[in-house]
Design a protein around this ligand. Structure first.
Ligand SMILES: O=C(O)c1ccccc1NCC(=O)[C@H](O)[C@H](O)COP(=O)(O)O
Length: 381
């Protein structure tokens, strides 16, 4: 039922009682269900109704063990912890003006800090543009492009992992990567030099990215499908990303409980978007492999908690689960820490079909031309 919690916290506060919609403590499934259904009925836009009611109409999403957890009155943090998720949610402020509230807890690592900041950011953004408005905007966006199709075609064309090239100005682990940062120029130069897809950082506080960058790149004539590289904790962000032209969105298993991933995947499917589900360890990978409808898994070589980068992570996880992944027809993206043709060959031999690369390209004077250096050859496009 976390998925319903995600849905309920994405609905206009006026539609139902604020404490259950904004606190991190779960209601019973029945209460939550009727709150969400009531809120969905209050939404005038039919697409909003459709997507919210979708979860309610598809009971197969909710297995009995998950329901029992909710019936026990556990908080979202304890449900997440039971799934091995170490990243805690902070109690969300009830209203944006309340700031971060009375909770004096200290984040345990950078990812947790990012998520706590994201909770505040999303609640402020939602106060300015409620869910039904953002859904309406998403319906006016041009249709989503085929992210997986672009990766598959590029892989066959080049007999090398397809490139998702990242448009990233800064990161918590590396600081500012590029002072002279023009997202459109970088995106166009990546596309011209054979990138299959692009990843656009939209987090402002920690990566100096923006949704404006995403929208500007989308409107610049770039044809590559675009991944919105965000820290998604709420379905509102998915609709918002779509409204700004995203074709795919990142979902991080270290942050999202299983039911959130299931529910968000369904929303992506309804919007024609691809979800890149990111894992870092075996436990996260096993959780994701139990979820139906997953097309794309990213194995991050970087721990988002410690920032340690180890490319052998991709190999180790694929040695353990590669057969199952292949049987399920899931494509794997090797993420982070790739700098040389040897690095690319290493993850290709491990079994990836695509790679996600930021730093090693964006730091070069000409990021597009740096692609040939990364692969040791020009990419066809
Ligand atoms: O890169 C960071 O410092 C970071 C910190 C906390 C959360 C996420 C972070 N990065 C996201 C990524 O993993 C990378 O942007 C992406 O995989 C590309 O990595 P790289 O080629 O090493 O820039």
């Amino acid at each position: 039922m976390e998925s319903l919690l995600a849905a309920s916290s994405s609905l206009p506060a006026a539609a139902f009682s604020p404490p259950s919609s904004l606190s991190s403590t779960s209601s019973s499934p029945h209460a939550l269900r009727s709150a969400v259904a009531g809120a969905a009925r209050a939404v005038r836009c039919s697409a909003a109704k459709d997507s919210i009611l979708y979860a309610l109409e598809h009971d197969e999403m909710f297995n009995s063990a998950e329901v029992i957890q909710w019936e026990s009155g556990k908080s979202i943090n304890s449900i997440a912890a039971a799934q091995g998720i170490r990243i805690r949610r902070r109690c969300r402020p009830r209203y944006p003006s309340e700031g971060s509230g009375a909770d004096k807890a200290v984040p345990r690592n950078m990812l947790e800090q990012i998520i706590w900041d994201k909770e505040v950011e999303v609640s402020q953004r939602k106060a300015k543009k409620p869910l039904q408005k953002v859904i309406e905007s998403s319906q006016h966006a041009p249709p989503a492009r085929d992210f997986v199709g672009a990766l598959t075609a590029a892989y066959s064309r080049n007999v090398a992992p397809a490139l998702i090239a990242e448009v990233k100005k800064a990161s918590p682990s590396r600081g500012v990567l590029r002072e002279d940062f023009n997202p459109v120029e970088i995106a166009q130069s990546y596309e011209k030099n054979g990138a299959a897809c692009l990843s656009i950082l939209t987090d402002e506080k920690h990566f100096q990215g923006s949704f404006e960058n995403l929208e500007t790149v989308r409107n610049s004539g770039v044809k590559c499908p675009l991944l919105c590289k965000e820290f998604v904790i709420d379905i509102w962000q998915i609709y918002y990303a779509r409204s700004k032209g995203a074709d795919a969105i990142l979902l991080i298993a270290a942050v999202l409980p299983d039911l959130d991933i299931k529910y968000m995947l369904r929303i992506c499917k309804n919007l024609g978007m691809t979800a890149l589900i990111e894992v870092h360890d075996e436990r996260e990978l096993d959780r994701v492999l139990k979820i139906d409808g997953v097309q794309l898994i990213g194995i991050n070589n970087r721990s988002l908690e410690t920032f340690k980068v180890d490319t052998s992570n991709t190999k180790t996880l694929l040695e353990k689960r590669g057969d199952l992944i292949r049987d399920k027809g899931i494509l794997v993206v090797g993420e982070s820490g790739l700098f040389t043709p040897d690095d690319v060959a290493y993850v290709q031999n491990a079994g990836v079909s695509a790679i996600l690369v930021g730093e090693s390209l964006v730091k070069q004077e000409n990021p597009g031309q740096a692609i040939a250096g990364l692969y040791g050859k020009d990419l066809l496009h």
